[in-house]
Design a protein around this ligand. Structure first.
Ligand code: ADP
Ligand code: ZN
Ligand code: ZN
Length: 677
């Protein structure tokens, strides 16, 4: 085709959303799609990426403005990367330019051509790591060998299903080794930044002669740019990262691993609300490379795809070293004698005794309580005042360490009042129990025991999580109290007892995924205990419950994920929930709930008479008001993913003009495949 002096550029321009974000510019020479440029937009100059032109798009007739600059030092973003962005933008209903620019390292957008040229040249001259290629690797177990053979034989998406300690990471390492040997790059995704250092250490140890980089939001802007560039230039062989790494530019991609694929952290919760797990599968299929989804408790979406034969399941049923999963003991809290007017004790006496016995043997215990702070609410005994947040429809949590009331939604923090703000009564008391209080109670119940706590509060500072984990590993802690943060991933050798102090709430939560999360959390926590065979024999997981006969706990007791999944899927099928239907949520935020609702009602009116689509009335989310913003949401549901997609693509642009009609409407956004509804 003759060059007509026009190039199409993807720009990030939310305020120009009506224009779309693929704009034409004049250029003296043709530019390869994927080339980074800077272009004038309004009175600003913004970064952009030359995009393939949609043949169907009409040519702009107006006089085109010329490109400002071409960042020629950066090799173009390749077609597979642009396909991924095109897909993600279409699927999650965002503009292409917004999606493309949002997933690049922020610094890349700010550099001028000369600066970028210098950085790229420097990285291209980087000598390869000097490590030796001869590292010891364990001989594979039969299960591991079979899994690897299957992965080598076909690129069908694979669920690697095995409990903690079953050798999944070893399979990732070997699959990566094969990819690297074939001259390819491997991408490994983990749910949380906290989990990257230990995985990075294992990969670095195994591949000392390879360039390995991490990509996550904990890096400095300069590090992030450097790592991204190393991946993009093809210098990095291994890229490890959190969800944003799914968009790394990888010219030689040969393998994708998603560890703990069930983890909700893979879903981005703002902006383009993408699922990195789902995009990883799409990307791997598009590139024709294997994708390994690892988990002990796969998401029900993944499990259903296995049942349908779309994914294959490779099982690692044995723990390495022969350790069994700990015995699960359900303790019926209803059996405890209740003193009138007093709370149930934090720990049942038999559990306390079991912890005491471990302290005597020099073993460690882990107590899980998914609520940080001292108490979730303070209450006045005289007038009933409660520590509500003035800006949110939520209670403020009492933090005893610094005597504050803190809102966990908006962050609003005040000193605890001396007396009730309403009636002056001095007797205001904490209700309920968080990790701080549990730690305090344990210290009193187990005199002399070293009780530590790990949660978002205790690990706020840089390096604090690492130093606290190091204390646990060094055996300087007898009992560790923590939130779900400690249930994930960390490899504690000395723990032989794990207890869930108060897990029942999730059994009856309105969120339909709550049981799935609880099961995953408890299985994962159980996996913390007894990782060596001799420990496994006396390892226990305790569940304190008022519902000891609940089916979820029965399945947990048998370590029977398949039974749990089957019963959950049957319920989901009957209730018309994912993965049997497809959901999207339209969220609106406004100064008043009425405005948010009115906008959603107008939006619903535009969706009337759609066959194969259910539009539910607007409802408030669990916490309706956050930081003085009222929130409402409206659920859309369809049995067909494609149908829902087509509908959204036509409907959302029509909502833009509604905005003007609703004074006080702050924001609206669509969430495709929402995690919570
Ligand atoms: P997972 O990722 O499922 O938790 P890992 O791969 O970390 O399991 O394996 C658990 C432990 O067993 C690790 O210490 C690992 O080094 C070791 N391991 C894994 N595979 C083997 C093997 N084939 N032979 C000996 N040790 C192994
Ligand atoms: Zn009062
Ligand atoms: Zn608040």
């Amino acid at each position: 085709m003759d060059f007509d002096g026009r190039v199409t550029v993807a720009v990030e321009a939310p305020q120009h959303a009506a224009l779309g974000t693929l704009l034409d510019y004049a250029s003296e020479q043709p530019l390869a799609p994927g080339t980074m440029v800077r272009v004038p937009l309004g009175r600003r100059e913004v970064p952009g990426i030359v995009w393939h032109r949609d043949a169907a798009a009409p040519a702009t007739e107006a006089q085109l403005r010329p490109l400002a600059e071409v960042l020629a030092a950066l090799p173009p973003l390749a077609a597979p990367w642009r396909r991924l962005v095109d897909f993600a933008a279409a699927y999650y209903q965002r503009a292409v330019g917004e999606m493309a620019l949002a997933v690049l390292p922020p610094q890349l957008r700010r550099l001028d051509p000369a600066q970028l040229g210098r950085r790229v040249a420097k990285l291209q001259r980087l000598p390869p790591p000097a490590g030796s290629a001869n590292v010891a690797r364990p001989a594979l177990t039969g299960e591991q060998a079979a899994a690897l053979e299957a992965v080598a034989a076909s690129a069908q998406p694979t669920l690697l299903h095995g409990v903690t300690g079953s050798g999944k990471t070893e399979v990732y390492l070997r699959a990566a080794e094969a990819a690297l040997a074939a001259g390819r790059q491997a991408l490994v995704l983990v749910p949380e930044i906290n989990l990257t250092p230990q995985l990075e250490a294992r990969f670095a140890e195994r591949f000392p002669d390879r360039c390995l980089v991490s990509l996550h939001s904990g890096l400095t802007p300069a590090q992030r740019l450097r790592h991204w560039l190393l991946a993009h230039l093809g210098t990095a062989d291994l890229v490890l990262g959190t969800r944003l790494a799914v968009f790394a530019s990888l010219p030689r991609l040969g393998l994708i691993v998603v560890d703990e694929e069930h983890d909700p952290s893979f879903k981005q919760q703002e902006g383009a609300r993408y699922s990195a797990r789902d995009l990883a599968v799409w990307r791997a299929v598009d590139a024709g490379v294997p994708v390994l989804l690892g988990s002990a408790t796969p998401s029900l979406e993944t499990w259903q795809r296995v049942q349908e034969g779309r994914y294959r399941r490779l099982a690692l049923d044995q723990r390495i070293g022969g350790g069994a999963m700990p015995r699960v003991r359900l303790f019926d809290m209803g059996q405890l004698p209740r003193e009138k007017g007093r709370d149930a004790p934090a720990l049942a006496p038999p559990l306390l005794a079991a912890i005491g016995a471990r302290i005597e043997r020099g073993e460690q215990s882990l107590l899980l309580l998914n609520r940080r702070g001292y108490a979730p609410v303070l209450q006045c005994g005289a007038c009933g005042w409660k520590s509500g947040c003035p800006h949110c429809s939520a209670w403020r949590v009492f933090h005893k360490a610094d005597r504050t009331l803190r809102c966990h939604h908006c962050g609003f923090t005040e000193r605890v009042p001396r007396a009730c703000p309403d009636c002056g009564n001095l007797d205001i008391a904490p209700i309920g129990r968080g990790t701080e209080k549990l730690q305090e109670q344990l210290a009193a119940l187990l005199p002399g025991a070293r009780v530590a706590r790990i949660d978002a509060d205790s690990t706020r500072g840089v390096g604090m999580l690492e130093s606290q984990l190091a204390q646990v590993h060094a055996g300087e802690v007898d009992v560790l109290v923590g939130t779900q943060m400690v249930a994930k991933g960390h490899d504690f050798r000395g723990i032989t007892l794990v207890a869930a102090v108060n897990p029942d709430a999730a059994l009856f939560a309105s969120d339909f995924r709550a049981p799935e999360r609880l099961f995953a959390l408890l299985m994962q926590a159980a996996g913390r205990a007894g990782r060596s065979a001799q420990q496994a024999a006396r390892s226990e997981m305790w569940i304190q419950t008022w519902h000891p006969r609940h089916a979820l706990y029965a399945a947990l007791q048998r370590h029977d994920f398949a039974a749990f999944a089957a019963s959950q899927l049957a319920e989901r099928r009957a209730a018309g929930l994912p993965p049997f239907t497809h959901l999207a949520l339209l969220r609106a935020e406004a100064k008043t709930a009425d405005v948010a609702s009115a906008f959603l009602h107008d939006a619903a009116a535009l969706a009337e008479d759609q066959s194969g689509l259910a539009v539910y009335p607007p409802v408030p989310p669990t916490v309706q008001r956050v930081a003085d913003v009222e929130r409402m949401q409206m659920l859309l549901e369809s049995p067909s993913r494609a149908h829902l997609q087509r509908f959204l693509a036509g409907w959302l642009p029509a909502l833009q003009p509604l905005r003007a009609r609703h004074k006080g409407l702050l924001r609206w956004a669509v969430d495709v495949d929402p995690l919570a509804i």
